[in-house]
Design a protein around this ligand. Structure first.
Ligand SMILES: [Zn+2]
Length: 52
């Protein structure tokens, strides 16, 4: 019987089992997912500002 760390260090993105390294608004994710999430957030924010 081994005590595994409870999901610590694992990317929160479903279908991705990379090593979590970065905290984002949607969870603790790996570097690759963090970059994608950051890009999406930037686009969403720009869209928001344009529509106002
Ligand atoms: Zn990931």
């Amino acid at each position: 019987m081994s005590l595994e760390p409870a999901r610590v260090g694992e990317c929160d993105t479903p279908l991705c089992d990379g090593a979590a390294e970065t905290i984002t608004p949607v969870g603790y994710v790996c570097e690759g997912c963090a970059a994608e999430i950051a890009a999406e957030y930037e686009q969403a924010r720009e869209r928001d500002e344009v529509s106002r």
